[in-house]
Design a protein around this ligand. Structure first.
Ligand code: ACM
Ligand code: ZN
Length: 525
């Protein structure tokens, strides 16, 4: 029996049987043919050299092939068998779709836009054998593929813990590999402000540093490590990251939290709080009752100045303005906040929050941007053009879509990657709580049944969130994200009717070997 298996294995690896493809996310349509194309130094990448995006895609593919297979393909050499990138505006379907044809003589990727070509290349990379031993045979196939949703997001909280630029780039690389296109960069928190703002140097001198950090679970621990902690991204680094992401067809959506989760700002600029302080950058996790004062004009002046620089750095259509978990205790007792309520005929502090967000929305709209915020921005009335990120379940998303506002679904029940991956929590690294196994992520359906066909159009997509209170290292961040990112990719890309967890799990067997080779610290199933 063992000999038979060995025999079959050798046959399969020799390319005599069609190797089943293991592409993640599963494409819309695949038809596998017979035979294969062998990729080697004799293959040229052929493309319109006047298109810088195609040149960049070719260079990125070469970087990958060189790193993992030790080969570099020549570019545009006429006499050689080719891997061609072809732009064709009249191709039917989505702008991000592609057609990938592999036959024994050539490989052709056709797409409407460079983004489509890029996604075709990502699929192609997963068709190359994982092992570098032996020929790089790519099974003949025709793949016709396009994404299900426009917003395919992954978030990272760099406020609770800081992650170096090199890691952010690796994170972006891995997102691109799975055809995600939106990196939600959560840059500001009670425990640290991470973005250099030229007009407010104290944000990086003071707000980006905390004196120490709680040890263990904040709900149970009274112990602190006594070690100062901090860091920030310079504007130069941010520009580099935004460009790096753009080269991978990923939009970086920055989040500047307001009016809550802003104690770090108050530590540097106490005049922006209701009580005037003093305040300290938080050293434990949780929701703080000190928030930005909604009554003082200085608060809006500050935020507008900050947002001016944010808009210079980030070309994204959306700016995330936070809006979650803002206790109203201080506003209730603040004369400035109460005056604002009275002067504007507001009913209560919820309407004051709505006033706050609407005012920021107006400002960002005047700069050609749109706001997106956590679902609390529904309370007291949604700002007129605001998009909503539904995190406390899907209720907020449903409500926003019914009000004809765009929505990104990111419910804690299915897409909070800071939750435990096993019920045996003692065998896992300390996490915030919850239980989110791979299958549950996979099972997520972003379109709620409660919505009519018309309302469903407001669901832009979905996103995995990675809050880092209990994720102090890059290694652990990867552990929490992988393999859940793979399941997320199928939630947002693969047609609903094509999703199948058993089939996904089989393809993951190959993917784990890839992730190991790529040096990703995934959680072993
Ligand atoms: C959130 O998890 N506070 C958006
Ligand atoms: Zn106030």
């Amino acid at each position: 029996m063992r000999k038979l298996f060995l025999f079959l294995f050798l046959f399969a690896s020799a390319g005599l049987f069609a190797q089943p493809l293991a592409i993640i996310p599963q494409p819309s349509q695949i038809s596998q043919g017979e035979g294969s194309f062998t990729l080697s130094q004799a293959t040229t990448i052929s493309f319109d050299a006047t298109k810088p995006e195609l040149k960049s895609i070719a260079a990125q593919l070469n970087e990958h092939l060189n790193k993992f297979y030790g080969i570099t393909l020549p570019l545009n050499e006429k006499s050689k068998p080719s891997l061609s990138f072809r732009l064709n505006k009249s191709l039917p379907g989505s702008d991000e779709g592609y057609l990938l044809k592999v036959d024994p003589k050539e490989i052709v990727i056709t797409a409407k836009t460079p983004a489509g070509i890029f996604y075709g290349v990502q699929s192609l990379k997963q068709m190359i054998p994982v092992s570098q031993n032996g020929p790089l045979t790519i099974p003949c196939a025709e793949i016709n593929d396009q994404p299900r949703f426009a917003w395919r997001g992954l978030h990272l909280d760099v406020g609770r813990h800081y992650f170096p630029v090199s890691f952010i780039k690796k994170y972006i690389d891995n997102m691109a590999m799975y055809k995600l296109n939106t990196f939600h960069w959560h840059l500001t928190e009670d425990q640290g402000w991470r973005l250099e703002i030229n007009q407010y140097p104290k944000l990086t001198e003071i707000s980006s540093w905390r004196d120490e950090t709680v040890v263990g679970h904040a709900g149970r621990s009274k112990t602190y490590d006594g070690v100062g902690y901090g860091g920030f991204y310079t504007q130069k680094q941010v520009k580099e990251i935004v460009q790096y992401a753009a080269d991978r067809f990923i939009t970086v959506v920055p989040e500047i939290e307001m009016p809550g989760h802003s104690v770090s700002v108050l530590a540097a600029y106490p005049e922006l709080g209701c009580t005037g302080g003093p305040y300290n950058v938080m050293t434990t996790w949780g929701v703080h009752k000190d928030v930005l004062c909604a009554g003082k004009e200085e608060t809006f002046k500050f935020l507008q100045n900050v947002l001016d620089e944010v808009c210079e750095l980030f070309p994204s259509k959306f700016i995330h303005i936070g809006g979650d978990e803002c206790p109203k205790d201080r506003w209730k007792e603040c004369p400035d906040c109460q005056k604002r309520i009275k002067d504007n005929g507001l009913k209560d502090e919820h309407e004051l929050q709505s006033y706050f967000i609407t005012r920021i929305e107006k400002y960002l709209n005047s700069k050609g941007r749109q706001i997106i915020g956590w679902d609390e921005i529904l309370e007291g009335g949604l700002a007129p053009g605001a998009s909503v990120m539904s995190w406390r379940g899907i209720k907020g998303g449903i409500e926003a879509a019914k009000q004809k506002h765009n929505v990104v679904m990111t419910p804690g029940s299915h897409l909070y990657f800071d939750h435990y991956q096993s019920k045996e929590t003692e065998k896992e690294p300390l996490a915030i709580g919850g239980y989110l196994p791979l299958e549950q992520v996979y099972s997520y359906e972003p379109i709620p049944e409660e919505l009519s066909a018309d309302e469903q159009k407001y669901i832009m997509g979905a996103q995995g969130n990675v809050w880092t209170e209990y994720i102090p290292s890059t290694k652990q961040a990867e552990y929490m994200v992988f393999p859940r990112i793979c399941a997320l990719a199928e939630v947002v890309w693969t047609p609903k009717e094509k999703k199948n967890f058993t089939d996904f799990s089989k393809r993951m067997d190959t993917e784990y070997v890839r992730l190991y080779r790529y040096g990703v610290n995934y959680r072993k199933p």
